[in-house]
Design a binder for this molecule. Structure first.
Ligand code: NAP
Length: 274
């Protein structure tokens, strides 16, 4: 299926690896120009090289110019970082057609140990940063009659995870805000906003949590991994490419009637009917 978005410009945040990279890869494979970001320069440039190879394949297959891949090393949770990605030379300024919001998740813990600072950090990264970026691009999208915004949140928004209170709270705040904005006047102007709620996906973030559990329980990391996979009805973890494919579809011309939704790729883990 041609997604109908070749030549569009996408900003994909926190995309040197994991789910963000999966989304960037799926978009470049459709001929979309991307600006990607992450804090560490080396891995970011390596990711950009991989994306350029994907773009070259798309260009050969379609007899067209390869999509642009621009990489900006910065912390997206800071005002300077956001200004850098929006102002990168050769990029579209604030005229992005597609925005994929993502950032690292807050640490686990017990809420009794968290100070005000910990909460502010989580809200800054996982609620206010996406809202600031949406604010920067949404009116331009509406004026041009096309926009796709996807926020990477977490299955914890639907089924809270006790030790991830900072994530449960901050991401639910974003979800509530987006629910209202998606249904506002922008809905009639070609702009959709949806949230993608990953269950367990095989990324460095998930692998780091196995190491934490292993340390706590004295199990081998492989044992923890097997146990966690066994707890998913699909009996495996999701792959970042699968996640990226859903994101690209939500960004496509075909998904123009899907807005304000919370989409849960989790291998069947969420136990509810609705
Ligand atoms: P990951 O594999 O660890 O990748 C995180 C990416 O984000 C890296 O490219 C990292 O690069 C970048 N990043 C982190 N903080 C950043 C910042 N402040 N500014 C710019 N870039 C930043 O993680 P992931 O599994 O893809 O997770 C992505 C998001 O989904 C996280 O919020 C996570 O909590 C959430 N999530 C993941 C899962 C899962 O199963 N994987 C499940 C539920 C929710 P640098 O470190 O170089 O900045």
């Amino acid at each position: 299926m041609d997604l109908g978005i070749a030549g569009k410009w996408a900003l994909v945040c926190a995309a040197s690896k994991g789910l963000g990279f999966g989304c960037a890869q799926a978009l470049v494979a459709e001929g979309v120009n991307v600006v990607i970001n992450a804090r560490s320069e080396g891995p970011l440039q390596q990711a950009a090289e991989k994306l350029r190879a994907v773009g070259a394949d798309w260009a050969r297959a379609n007899g067209q110019k390869a999509p642009e891949v621009l990489a900006v090393a910065c912390d997206i949770t800071t005002a300077e970082g956001r200004a850098a990605v929006l102002g990168v030379a050769g990029g579209p300024g604030v005229n992005f057609d597609i925005l994929v919001n993502n950032a690292g998740g807050p640490p686990p813990g017990d809420f009794r140990d968290w100070q005000r600072e910990d909460w502010l950090k989580a809200v800054e990264a996982n609620m206010l940063t996406p809202i600031e970026l949406i604010k920067a691009v949404v009116d331009g999208m509406a004026a041009r009659g096309f926009g796709r915004i996807v926020n990477i949140t977490s299955s914890a928004v639907k089924a809270p995870i006790d030790i991830l209170g900072l994530s449960n709270g901050a991401r639910s705040g974003l979800t509530g805000f987006v629910a209202g904005l998606a249904r506002s006047e922008i809905a009639a102007r070609g702009v959709t906003i949806n949230n993608l709620l990953p269950g367990r996906f095989d990324t460095d973030r998930l692998r780091a949590t196995f190491a934490g559990v292993a340390q706590k329980t004295g199990q081998a990391i492989e044992e923890v991994r097997a146990e966690q996979a066994a707890g998913v009805p699909a009996k495996r973890f999701g792959r970042p490419e699968e996640f990226g494919a859903i994101c690209a579809f939500l960004c496509s011309q075909h998904a123009g009637y899907v807005t304000g939704q919370n989409i849960l790729p989790d291998g069947g883990m969420y136990p509810g009917t609705y």
